[in-house]
Design a protein around this ligand. Structure first.
Ligand code: SF4
Length: 73
């Protein structure tokens, strides 16, 4: 799973940090920062997906593999 965080959308609710603190540390103002390159290990996918689904402003976006989509037709 690969994600990106759109910090222009983030409103600082901090829910992502609650679910997956290793990936979404909060900055001094309470806004989320994406730690790492956006690649999520399989073991952490559940927590990160929960963060993604709980974000009230949909600032966490899953990046689909374009090639996989094309191959799937
Ligand atoms: S849950 Fe969404 S709005 Fe809240 S801190 Fe995380 S990214 Fe920002």
């Amino acid at each position: 799973m690969r994600i990106k965080l759109d910090r222009t959308l983030c409103d600082g609710f901090g829910l992502c940090a609650k679910h997956a603190p290793d990936y979404f540390p909060l900055d001094d103002w309470g806004y989320a920062v994406l730690k790492g390159d956006g690649n999520i290990s399989a073991a952490d996918e559940d927590a990160v997906r929960r963060a993604l689904l709980d974000c009230p402003v949909h600032a966490i976006i899953e990046l689909k593999d374009k090639r996989a989509e094309r191959d799937a037709g």
